[in-house]
Write a protein that binds this ligand. Structure first.
Ligand code: GTP
Length: 753
């Protein structure tokens, strides 16, 4: 079928002006019309294969713009600061959408998953590509809820710059601090957007001060608001000294005069002055760009996304002050030279196309039918199609170069966080260069580690519950759904309870597990049943104990004999994994042969502690002796080690560790007392009560077990006026009485996790 490019790039000004004939399209589909709220959502595709002749050149320049003109940008903030609303406005003003989406009406483009629309929160990041004044902007919308922190980290690492959105009435909030620190970790230059300037209580000064004090950043005020809260009308561009008003429906020589230069009187002088001023502003802008990229200061802008004010200047600032991909300094690029090097930062499962992999290309080119090598998975596979991601609209394209965000079809083994290169030999060549470089610079050789771009640290899940399919016959379908969901979301863990044989879901929070449950129903058509939500405890020991064990088994005509003696002791510093040591009298060389079998045995024993069957942490295992009959299998060695470690753990004095959460509750003064009284009942430990404008902010710790369903209770006791943020702080020892209560409650439950 002949088709015109224009149809699937409506409002995308540059692209829509092209008239490319001879373009085949596999699937004719509606243009980028705004999707109606609550319609069943399928992802849509536009295809563009078979571009021929000279047209490919012009098309190429748009698909792969000059690298200096690319901005890979994320928007980050505390929950509800207005990221999605700001993104929607950006899409609208860039001409990408034709009408304004509204989070409250549930019809935004970037929140395309049905649950996001219904809940008004952003769960999965969606990459959106659009152009602004000759720049290609790849915008990645990141979630704000603490259950999805991993999503935020994953997105940050592929960005070159970010916009931090603030609620101008609240300034820096709990999660702003978290995401700010994450951006620090990945060295991401930022600009700040003080949103909600129209909201009651909005204060530009307060928000700027909180940036200075809490984020320890140096704010560069590029704009000043005209009015605040109800009187907010627009802003002043400090550099150009222009007012931006949005239409509501914007002696001794002491005596001298100031007069504006007039065109009529001094045309030449006015021209020269204007040129000089422009040059000065250009220099100033370059300086702002430079300090932003160096992260020594952050430009601050303001506006109201909801009231459609301040978004176009924000877009200008993104292109002027945030860096292009080539201004970022990635050490690994020198090892790959012009070879392909990309990072898979998100995997989505599409019913028709299978896994869709979002990747950030750092060097080289990605094309359909290209074979790639996945370093993490040590496998080679083929990209079948290449798409440009337009939220839920995907346009098929012939190639993409460095600096861009690509969406690929056909990669069945690639998971979130994998490093993609062109071939195994290219990875080896890069490893070789990295090794040489590493030796030169650091005198050490850790090139393998550095070749992997990602390594997102996946936090341990804090909640778990059993999940059952509607019938036994549907178990394989449930297993498939969970496998797909896990590839998309590495923070979701799925285990099998060894005692009951039930499938167990482990997640980062109540909302996380709820969303997974919802998705299994909507996307895989399976009505599943969740068991009660339980907190993931840990265990440790309080004293040093010794144990010995012997395993003597004859299988067929072969005798397997192992005798072991070891010691379990508490570690001084916290360590999630068991620390493994050898006693002085044990020969290292001899142990090397059995090392893997011993480690496997220790790790498997520490997965299930003796109290609750929870993972054991903060323990050191010291091996005192190991006698192995020649010919004994490694499985038998592991089994004997595991049994012996379990014996030792059982003998020791034991302690349950529970997840402790950082809690921040923002509440009006009148409701402060009931909030504090309620927290006292929840074993809350209040650290401080801050004053934020007219509100009180309660900061403290509370055990996770006590905070389940807190949002409903808080809503009731404060008439819906309070908000809260939770984040895992650490695992803490339970006091003896709480531990006894928990153990007696749990004695009815099957042990397992
Ligand atoms: N008054 C006012 N309200 C706003 C503004 N921007 C967003 N909101 C409202 O704030 C709420 C949250 O907005 P979102 O855009 O969903 O915020 P978000 O940061 O994307 O939220 P999460 O994805 O859940 O983290 C919605 O009710 C918006 O209508 C603004 O400029 N002024």
């Amino acid at each position: 079928m002949l088709f015109n490019w224009r149809l699937f790039a409506v409002n995308h000004q540059k692209i829509s002006s092209l008239h490319i004939n001879n373009i085949c399209c596999c699937k004719r589909r509606a243009s980028l019309e705004r999707l109606k709220p609550h319609l069943p959502l399928g992802r849509n595709y536009s295809s563009l294969p078979g571009v021929i002749g000279n047209d490919i050149k012009s098309l190429h320049s748009i698909i792969s713009p000059p690298i200096a003109k690319i901005r890979n940008i994320g928007i980050m903030a505390h929950i509800d600061a207005g990221k999605t609303t700001t993104t929607e406005r950006i899409l609208y003003y860039s001409g990408y959408t034709r009408s304004l989406g509204d989070v409250d009406d549930g019809d935004t483009v970037t929140d395309f998953m049905a649950q996001e629309r219904e809940r008004g929160i952003t769960i999965q990041s969606a990459a959106v590509t659009f152009d602004w004044k000759g720049y290609r902007v790849n915008l990645i919308d990141t979630p704000g809820h603490v259950d999805f922190t991993l999503e935020v980290e994953r997105c940050l690492r592929v960005l070159d710059g970010a916009v931090a959105v603030f609620d101008a009435s609240a300034g820096v909030e709990a999660q702003t601090l978290t995401v700010w620190k994450q951006a620090d970790k990945y060295n991401i230059p930022r600009i700040c957007f003080l949103n909600k300037m129209d909201k009651t209580g909005a204060s530009f000064k307060y928000a700027v001060e909180s940036i200075r004090e809490k984020l320890k950043a140096k704010p560069l005020l590029l704009q000043l608001p005209i009015g605040e809260a109800k009187t907010f009308k627009g802003l002043v561009d400090v550099i150009s000294k222009e007012k931006l008003l949005w239409n509501p429906s914007s002696d001794d020589g002491k005596d001298f005069e100031r007069k504006p230069l007039l065109e009529l009187i001094d045309p030449e002088l006015l021209k020269e002055t204007t040129e000089a001023r422009n040059a000065l502003i250009e220099q100033l802008q370059t300086a702002i760009h430079r300090v932003t990229v160096a992260q020594t200061a952050v430009p601050v802008l303001c506006g109201s996304a909801l009231k459609n004010k301040g978004i176009q200047p924000l877009l200008d600032a993104i292109t002027m002050y945030l860096p292009s991909p080539e201004e970022r300094n990635y050490e690994f690029l020198q090892w790959y030279k012009s070879d392909l090097c990309a990072l898979a930062f998100k995997v989505l499962h599409d019913k028709q196309r299978g896994p869709l992999v979002f990747m950030r290309i750092y060097s080289g080119t990605v094309k359909p039918q290209l074979a790639i090598h996945n370093i993490n998975g040590n496998c080679t596979e083929r990209i079948s199609r290449l798409l440009l991601p337009f939220a839920d609209q995907h346009v098929e394209i012939p190639s993409l170069t460095a600096g861009n965000i690509a969406l690929t079809v056909g990669l069945k083994h690639t998971a979130t966080g994998d490093t993609i290169v062109s071939s195994k030999s290219s990875a080896l060549a890069a490893a070789h260069r990295a090794k040489r470089e590493g030796e030169k610079k650091h005198g050490k050789n850790n090139e393998a580690e550095r070749l992997l771009l990602a390594g997102v640290e996946i936090p341990e899940p804090v909640f778990f519950c059993t999940i059952e399919p509607p019938s036994v016959a549907k178990q394989p379908e449930l297993d498939h759904a969970l496998k797909c969901l896990q590839r998309e979301d590495p923070s979701l863990k799925v285990k099998l309870d060894p005692d009951s044989g039930q499938t167990v879901l482990c997640g980062m929070g109540e909302l996380h597990i709820e969303i997974i449950h919802d998705r299994i129903k909507r996307e895989y058509g399976l009505e599943t049943y969740l068991g009660p939500l339980q907190v993931a405890y840990r265990e440790t020991i309080l004293n040093t104990v010794r144990a010995t064990d012997t395993l003597d088994r004859t299988l067929g005509d072969k005798r397997h004999l192992v005798t072991i003696e070891l010691e379990a002791s508490p570690t001084e510093t916290s360590s999630v994994m068991p620390v493994i040591e050898n006693a002085e009298n044990v020969s290292e060389d001899r142990l090397k042969v059995f090392q893997e079998a011993i480690e496997n045995g220790i790790h498997s024993a520490c997965l299930q502690g003796p109290l609750l069957g929870s993972p054991v942490q903060d323990v050191a295992i010291t091996l005192h002796s190991l006698i192995v009959l020649p010919g004994t299998s490694t499985t038998m060695i592991s089994a004997c080690v595991s049994r012996c470690v379990q014996k030792a753990l059982k003998k020791a004095d034991k302690q349950v560790l529970e997840p402790l959460m950082n809690l921040e509750v923002t509440v009006t003064r009148e409701y402060l007392s009931p909030v504090l009284a309620d927290l006292a009942q929840r074993r809350g430990n209040i650290q401080e009560i801050q004053t934020r404008q007219d509100n009180k902010v309660v900061v403290g710790f509370v055990p996770l077990a006590e905070i389940m369903g807190y949002s409903t209770v808080l809503r009731t006791i404060t008439s819906g006026s309070a908000t809260f943020a939770l984040e895992l702080s650490s695992y803490q020892a339970m006091n003896p009485q709480d531990q006894r209560t928990l153990l007696s409650q749990r004695s009815g439950f099957a042990k397992g996790f």
